[in-house]
Design a protein around this ligand. Structure first.
Ligand code: ADP
Length: 771
């Protein structure tokens, strides 16, 4: 192509030198045919070739070919040059192609002119359309098309025939144009006015055909659009995973709109950020962070649900797009299940003309498909999550049953061990024996704490709910932990929603949940060397209140995420972790009809979220007052002259209770089951009864009900249990409003229960913190 362009330029220079001689036919034909050439080059249209592909059909060459027979080869060269340059500009062809075309016509015109001159010189005396003129036209046409074919077959790497250049349509066009050029020359030489007759009909025909072709082009484009929509529909509807879907959607959209790239981002947890789900960019080096500032893609933009076309000026208002080196873009809000959920933007960096209304319309059409697919993906995600929750709940229920059975079996011996040790401790003992007894008690207490935690997990405690705000609980826990965090170089901060609605919770239990979460975060951060950060947030989300604890610790490996809430799952060294903290949290949150979940980016930290339902009933103006915890150091009860009935099937516990109570001055009668207890109650009056809830034969509840039914006067009563309190037992306890002594118990716990039973003030049975 370059060679032809250069040869053409040389030929042009030679012609220019020769054109210094007056143009043979005068300026008028050049002007008239020049104008015709320009006009016709605008009426180009394409026809289907027999071998496939499309060939351009145009009348423009007739304008200069006609000048050869009119004996003006130099004029033909000028008009050819003009027409070619105009065609190049009007159809925005490439620079190389333009240079080639100009060179091509100049070279052909030069050869044609020389041929005409030579033949004219050889056959003098022939006026008008002479042999020289015809030879010039023939040489011009032959060279012009030879060059076209050579260039095309070079460019396509195939022979001119195979590449379809020498096609039926192309040859017909050449013949038609040649004949038409002869007709024009004849008309002009007969009388210039006759030109109108020969020009108007074919021009009109071409005008109509080119208009028709334009229409057809629009139809074709629409058809292509529909095809790509259909393709998009098929590809995206096959995806149920949001991430893959986002990636497919960006690829299709960027390709379809011939854009540099596309980005799909979701509205994040924060109202200032967008979470990038997928980027499809033709430049490989682009590196997009997972979060972008939300900037101009704000609520009102998303709510409008219409595309926004960003021209180079508007782009400046969207600094978040500067990452992509954007010069123009279209952004479209994405709605999922009826809610604004994100943005899909296509952008360009100057490689194509700026996006326009037609592109925006097209993007809107694509977005409609993508939204439907995103709806489905979201529904599927929700379903999968619910399924996982169900599996987790099932697993936990099974584990809870197992755990509560084990705890029950352990509780009675533990109660005996720790009670006896406590009683022995109160004697005066040689120091070495006292130390050993203390050790027994300490270890028994530790075992008791573990058993208590297990019972908390397996719903031993029904939350004592009232209307409370989570905010004061958070403040309390943070205050408790702030010193510890400061010395460990951990920043403990909070973001509390001041308008957080009240929820129905047991504040002590939520306190414990938060304490466990913060303790875990502290432990996790300690594994890293960097300064720690723990953020506790409360906020409202739909009809739930959320409590969130995030840390910048090492995070949680993917494979552990499913096991965290299992009892005894721990990655901590022996002595530091029991693996019960999170299972307790799970038990408590479930009892509150809430949910606890965890997200983590390994290496960057973890976020635990507790969701608690906002009750349907209206909240009171003020939260429920929190009862003060009973003092653990209440004075020992005065048992002088008072008689106690103890019913328990465990001999060890009967002994411990007898010894402890006798030490406080009580007279104690013990029985191993309910039947014998009933007999004792019939025989005499008691001042207090301590009844095990679960005994063979007649249990504590049975004993109480039978005695009442017989009309016996029943003393103040304490129910003891080493078991998870079943819902049935719980409603019984609520009905009789009796204190519960959880086994294993301490002497202080026993004192409190006696105090509560005789004065009617109920003690709290808080479970210990684990972790
Ligand atoms: P424990 O703290 O006794 O190990 P937990 O049930 O509280 O028991 O926690 C179980 C495990 O969960 C921990 O051993 C730890 O591996 C993991 N874990 C809990 N919280 C975090 C956290 N914030 N960051 C990293 N890992 C955590």
């Amino acid at each position: 192509m370059v060679v032809v362009a250069a040869a053409g330029m040389l030929a042009g220079a030679d012609m220019a030198r020769r054109a210094a001689r007056p143009v043979t036919g005068g300026l008028l034909p050049i002007a008239v045919f020049g104008l015709l050439g320009l006009g016709w080059s605008l009426m180009t249209f394409k026809v289907d070739r027999r071998r496939g592909g499309r060939a351009a059909v145009t009348l423009a060459p007739a304008a200069y070919e006609a000048l050869f027979p009119l004996g003006d080869p130099a004029g033909a060269g000028i008009v050819a040059l003009l027409t070619t340059v105009f065609d190049w500009a009007a159809h925005r062809r490439g620079l190389l192609q333009g240079a080639f075309n100009v060179g091509q016509v100049l070279a052909a015109a030069w050869a044609g002119t020389r041929a005409a001159e030579a033949v004219t010189a050889a056959t003098p005396g022939l006026p008008g359309i002479g042999a020289g003129a015809l030879a010039g036209a023939a040489v011009f046409t032959a060279i012009n098309f030879a060059l076209t074919y050579a260039a095309m077959s070079l460019a396509t790497g195939r022979s001119a025939r195979d590449s379809g250049v020498i096609s039926y349509a192309a040859l017909s066009n050449e013949i038609v144009v040649g004949c038409f050029a002869a007709l024009l020359a004849l008309s002009w030489s007969a009388h210039p006015a006759l030109l109108v007759v020969s020009v108007v009909p074919p021009t009109l025909l071409f005008l109509i055909l080119s208009r028709l072709e334009e229409r057809e082009g629009a139809l074709r484009r629409r058809q292509k659009e529909l095809q790509s929509l259909q393709e998009l529909g098929l590809r995206v509807s096959a995806q149920l995973d949001t991430t893959t879907l986002a990636s497919v959607a960006t690829q299709i959209v960027a390709h379809d709109l011939r854009a540099r790239g596309a980005v799909l981002a979701f509205v994040g947890d924060s109202e200032y950020e967008l979470r990038v789900a997928a980027v499809s960019d033709r430049r490989e080096e682009i590196n997009v962070p997972p979060r972008l500032p939300r900037g101009g893609f704000d609520g009102p933009f998303l709510a409008r649900r219409e595309p926004m076309i960003g021209d180079p000026v508007a782009v400046r208002r969207f600094p978040e797009l500067s990452l992509f080196g954007v010069t123009s873009f279209i952004a479209h809000p994405l709605w999922i299940l009826g809610e604004p959920a994100g943005v899909l933007a296509v952008y360009d960096d100057g490689g194509r003309e700026p996006f326009g209304a037609e592109d925006a319309r097209r993007l809107s059409a694509l977005v409609r498909f993508i939204e439907v697919a995103l709806d489905n993906a979201k529904l599927y995600d929700d379903l999968r999550e619910m399924q996982q929750q169900l599996i987790q709940t099932e697993k936990m229920t099974a584990m809870g049953q197992l755990v509560s059975g084990v705890a029950h079996e352990l509780n009675n011996p533990l109660a005996t061990i720790s009670g006896t040790a406590e009683l022995v401790e109160q004697r005066s003992l040689p120091e070495d024996v006292a130390r050993m007894v203390r050790r027994i008690r300490r270890e028994a207490d530790r075992a008791s704490r573990i058993v208590r935690s297990l019972l908390t997990f397996s719903r031993a405690h029904k939350p004592e709910v009232g209307w409370h705000s989570l905010n004061p609980i958070v403040e309390e826990v943070l205050e408790l932990r702030s010193y510890e965090c400061r010395v460990r170089n951990i920043t403990l901060t909070h973001e509390l929603d001041p308008d957080l609605p009240l929820v129905r919770v047991d504040p002590h239990q939520i306190h414990q949940v938060l304490l466990n979460l913060v303790t875990n975060a502290v432990h996790a951060i300690e594994e890293t060397d960097r300064p720690g950060l723990i953020l506790v947030r409360t906020y409202r989300e739909g009809d739930t209140v959320r409590l969130e604890v995030s840390d910048n610790g090492p995070g949680i490996p993917e494979e552990n995420l499913g096991k965290l809430f299992n009892p005894f799952f721990t990655t901590k060294e022996v002595g530091k972790g029991t693996g019960l903290g999170l299972s307790i949290c799970y038990g408590i949150v479930r009892e509150h009809r809430g949910r606890i979940s965890v997200r983590s980016v390994p290496g960057r930290g973890a976020t635990f979220t507790v969701e608690l339902p906002i009750p349907d009933e209206p909240a009171p103006a003020e939260p429920t007052p929190v009862p003060a915890a009973a003092s653990a150091q209440a004075p020992p009860p005065d048992g002088k002259g008072r008689r106690v009935l103890v019913a328990d099937d465990e001999a060890g516990i009967r002994e411990v209770l007898r010894e402890a109570l006798e030490a406080w001055g009580f007279t104690v009668d013990t029985v191993p089951d309910g039947h014998r207890g009933l007999e004792r109650l019939r025989e005499r009056r008691y001042d207090l009864a301590i009844l095990d809830l679960r005994m063979p034969g007649l249990d504590g509840q049975g004993l109480y009900d039978r005695a009442r039914a017989e009309g016996l006067t029943f003393p103040p009563v304490i129910f003891s249990t080493g078991d998870a309190v079943s819902a049935e037992a719980r409603s019984f306890l609520d009905r009789v409003a009796a204190p519960v002594l959880l086994k294993p118990f301490s002497l202080a716990g026993l004192r409190e229960a006696i105090e509560a039973a005789t004065t009617g003030v109920s003690p709290r049975d808080t479970a210990p913190a684990a972790g």
